[in-house]
Ligand binder design. Structure first.
Ligand SMILES: [Zn+2]
Ligand SMILES: [Zn+2]
Length: 424
């Protein structure tokens, strides 16, 4: 027989229509940020499509749907550069969206079917669970009643024993006191043939019985039945409604970083610049599979750098190459030739668009002189803050430590190789 301890309620599953509503709201949470150049959106759209297709192949329909919805970029016409944007890019995006729309609807139907199935399974499990709890409660109630009865029976039996004992004691005491009284008062007047026992027993026996009965309640405490603990009281909180299942789409996907390969190769190819106190930068690109990103490529663009800045000069070339290799931009890496590893205010502004386009995007900062290499990402607050900050060049940000930190969604795998493409 199952006990309450071994019966666990099924994990609550929200109604399919509620889950779909949350999913659509999440998917629609896209905005075109004026702080990010519109060309980054074109580039991002291609990456989103590639990632969505990976999720579709892997039958991760929720993530696929969210990415498809992000592609709609309905808000893009509100971007301040939209009117002047390349008409070819605009048409291309529109055409893509037109093609994607029926596919997204199909994916949505699949998600809905999954939700319905999960909900039905939950309802069945809940019904089974409720019935089991009901049965167990009946058994518990019966056990409790049996225990109460046992205790009451035992109380009555004890009471009877105590009564008998008290009665005997009283009878003995009475006999003694009567005898002594008799002796004192009537010592000289005992008549022949008078039976001592007759005097001792008297006629008030019934009265004594009553007094014993009445006083007995103070001699034997009755069991307080209301305090008997129910056995294994079930802990079932019925006030809680089923919680909405988390969609699992808020969490960042893991980023696998071949740290040693990347940093060894990068430090080597940056050495000439580092020796001249000039920064070097490169793009980190990779692939998505099984809901994990893996950095596979280090793309070093033509660039111009100073002691505290670095920028690519042939971005277009890089984008074309990434398209060809079907790579996803997952972040960037740069050196601080004489300083320590941190993200300067300019670095924060450089990184924000990467992370806005891909929440998992990381920034690696290599400080060759101190041999300090860290992997950073902006906090949610930091990303919002930097995208809203309109200052340029080096400038202070209040409470800078709250804006970014070491990325927590990465996993180092030093067994993986890296492909370096150097365009310089
Ligand atoms: Zn920097
Ligand atoms: Zn700023």
């Amino acid at each position: 027989m199952a006990s309450f301890q071994s019966v666990t309620p099924p994990k609550p599953v929200a109604r399919p229509e509620d889950r779909i509503k949350i999913l659509v709201e999440k998917a629609n949470d896209v905005s075109a940020d004026d702080a990010i150049p519109i060309r980054r959106y074109w580039q991002s759209a291609k990456q989103l499509l590639r990632m969505a297709n990976v999720y579709l192949d892997e039958r991760d329909f929720e993530k696929c749907f969210i990415l498809y919805m992000k592609l709609y970029i309905e808000k893009l016409p509100k971007h301040h550069e939209y009117k002047q944007a390349d008409p070819i890019e605009k048409t291309s995006i529109k055409n893509t969206c037109t093609k994607i729309f029926p596919l997204a609807e199909e994916v949505k139907l699949k998600i809905k079917a999954n939700y319905e199935q999960e909900y039905q399974t939950y309802l069945n499990q809940k019904k089974e669970y409720d019935e089991m709890v009901k049965n167990l409660q009946i058994i518990q109630k019966q056990k409790l009643e049996n225990k109460k009865k046992e205790q009451t029976d035992s109380f009555v039996a004890n009471l009877q024993l105590e009564l008998d004992k008290k009665k005997r004691e009283l009878a003995e005491n009475k006999a003694k006191s009567s005898l002594s009284e008799f002796r004192n008062v009537h010592d000289d007047n005992i008549k022949d043939g008078e039976n001592l026992n007759d005097i001792v027993s008297g006629d008030d026996e019934d009265e004594d019985d009553e007094s014993i009965t009445n006083s007995s309640s103070s001699l034997i405490s009755s069991p307080n039945l209301s305090t008997i603990e129910p056995i294994n009281k079930p802990q079932i909180d019925r006030s809680k409604k089923p919680l909405l299942e988390t969609l699992g789409t808020d969490q960042l996907s893991q980023m696998i970083v071949p740290f040693k390969a990347i940093t060894d190769r990068f430090v080597a190819l940056a050495r000439a610049n580092t020796n001249r106190n000039i920064e070097t930068c490169a793009i980190l690109a990779g692939q998505l599979s099984q809901n994990r990103f893996t950095i596979t490529h280090l793309l070093v663009p033509k660039q111009s750098g100073t002691s505290d800045s670095c920028s690519a000069t042939n971005e277009e070339e890089l984008i074309i190459e990434q398209e060809r290799l079907q790579l996803i931009t997952v972040g960037w890496i740069h050196t601080h030739p004489t300083q320590r590893s941190f993200l300067s205010s300019v670095d924060l502004h450089t990184h924000a668009p990467y992370q806005k386009m891909l929440p998992e995007a990381i920034a690696i900062v290599v400080a060759p002189t101190s041999n300090e290499i860290c992997i950073y990402s902006l906090t949610d607050h930091g990303l919002d803050y930097i995208l809203q900050c309109r200052q340029t060049g080096f400038h202070p940000h209040p409470n800078e430590l709250s804006l970014y930190g070491e990325a927590s969604h990465i996993r180092i795998d030093n067994n993986l190789p890296i492909v370096v493409v150097d365009y310089r």
